[in-house]
Design a protein around this ligand. Structure first.
Ligand SMILES: *Cc1c(COP(=O)(O)O)cnc(C)c1O
Length: 432
């Protein structure tokens, strides 16, 4: 069997039936070139494809699998829920247990509503913020991803702090006009937006650590500034912690950076790899959600017991082991190692680590916003990605995705990854 033959055949079949052969765009490897592979199974830090090749996995389902693949306790919890029935359309005790865990771990959250994806969580959080403030504008940051709802598929118009333009066909301008977009880490731009539109802004929504432009950390004072501006103008602050929740620290970025948002959105880790999202806030705000309040939001499969059980098992292990310092130390070794290799081979690079998130950009640093991230060498990243894959290391198939670590990644995995990355950079550099 030649390399990747089964995956190649499956991808040909998939392309006849699914747009681009996938159910979510980045899986098609369009940003890096090369052949997307089909996974047969995963265990711990590794996944195996349908051609029997094994990869050390730093994608981890794009975030959820912080304990690695097929963690026995998570599998057992989901399995035991599954055996009692898949879904009911009534409440189960697991929903209370997950809510108790989330409110105990995430400081700003007193009540929580579970949904089925991060997109649903952010969409619902914005509806709630608009209802609470009786205002219509939202302020977001270029390069922050909050799911694919119309309001978030907005890009900045020309000039600072102007109304947004659609970032996709099918999104009406009349919707994106309600989204003001400015640069991440730019306090002055955020202040200008408030000076201009302050009494119309319902909420600022932000990834407190950006994971969807590659990994970009907040500058000291930036999140605090958003907290002050929102408070001063009667707007709400939404931390979109779909990626950072239970990933950069047990209590998310809000504990790591000691800034309390009004509304928090969660996803990914909270579901243990099953489709779960959630939004939460202090009681006063969440009481507005139906049926306690008047803000409508619902879901046939919301609070699904199998998903609740898997998420809860994952959160319980994280709470018991608090592995974040250890994960960050490993991430640091990875990033330092890759940057050192890049320097040896004359490839410009910069990188960052926070908790179990890490990332490298192929350009001179620092990278503090999306425009700077866009200046990274994407073609070089594509070649690096393909070489790493060939060497048995699976990185996110885009320069604009954060890399993840799990508790299943061993010292040996890190060492092997650094060897593969070094060889990949040598080749990429030699290629010119
Ligand atoms: C992944 C992600 C989303 C969207 O979540 P889905 O489950 O893919 O809908 C929203 N916000 C952030 C910060 C994310 O990383």
């Amino acid at each position: 069997m030649s390399r990747g033959e089964n995956s190649r055949r499956l991808f040909d079949r998939a392309r006849q039936l699914l747009p681009g052969g996938v159910n979510s765009p980045v899986r098609a490897f369009g940003a890096v070139g090369g052949q997307p592979f089909f996974t047969d199974r995963g265990e711990g830090s590794r996944i195996r494809d349908v051609d029997g090749r094994e990869f050390i996995d730093y994608v981890l389902s794009f975030g959820p699998l912080i304990l690695g693949h097929a963690h026995p306790q998570v599998i057992r919890a989901a399995g035991s829920a599954l055996e009692r029935g898949i879904h009911f359309g009534t409440s189960t005790v697991l929903e209370i247990e997950l809510a108790e865990k989330v409110t105990a771990l995430v400081p700003s959250v007193e009540m929580v509503r579970c949904v089925n994806s991060g997109t649903e969580a952010t969409m619902s959080a914005v509806r709630l913020a608009r209802a609470v403030t009786r205002r219509d504008l939202i302020l977001k940051f270029e390069g922050c991803y909050h799911g694919h709802a119309d309001a978030f598929l907005a890009k900045a118009g020309s000039g600072l702090a102007t109304f947004g333009l659609p970032a996709s066909p099918g999104v009406p301008e009349r919707i994106t006009e309600l989204t003001v977009t400015v640069d991440f880490n730019d306090r002055d731009a955020a202040k200008e937006a408030f000076a201009k539109h302050g009494e119309r802004i319902a909420a600022v929504i932000v990834e407190p650590v950006v994971g969807n432009s590659g990994l970009i950390l907040p500058r000291p004072g930036f999140l605090e500034c958003l907290r002050e501006e929102t408070r001063a103008h009667g707007a709400l602050l939404i931390f979109d912690e779909v990626m950072t929740g239970f990933r950069v620290a047990l209590g998310g970025a809000q504990t790591r950076y000691s800034v309390r948002p009004d509304i928090t959105t969660l996803g990914k880790v909270i579901g243990g790899g099953l489709p779960v999202g959630a939004y939460g806030a202090p009681r006063e705000i969440m009481s507005r959600v139906a049926p306690e309040g008047d803000v409508y939001q619902a879901g046939t499969l919301s609070g699904n017991p199998v998903a609740m059980a898997a998420g809860l098992a994952q959160l319980e292990i994280l709470e018991r082991d608090d592995p974040f310092a250890d994960l960050e130390e490993r991430g640091r070794r990875l990033v330092d190692g890759i940057l050192a290799a890049a320097e040896r081979h004359g490839v410009p690079a910069t990188g960052a680590v926070v908790g179990s998130m890490w990332g490298v950009f192929f350009r001179e640093g620092p990278v503090t916003n999306f425009r700077e991230a866009e200046g990274a060498d994407r073609e070089l990243f594509g070649r690096f990605h393909r070489e790493c894959l060939e060497g048995g290391v699976f990185l996110p198939p885009s320069q604009f995705e954060a890399c993840f670590l799990s508790t299943a990644h061993s010292d040996a995995d890190i060492e092997l990854t650094l060897e593969v990355a070094d060889a990949a950079l040598a080749k990429v550099a030699a290629h010119g």
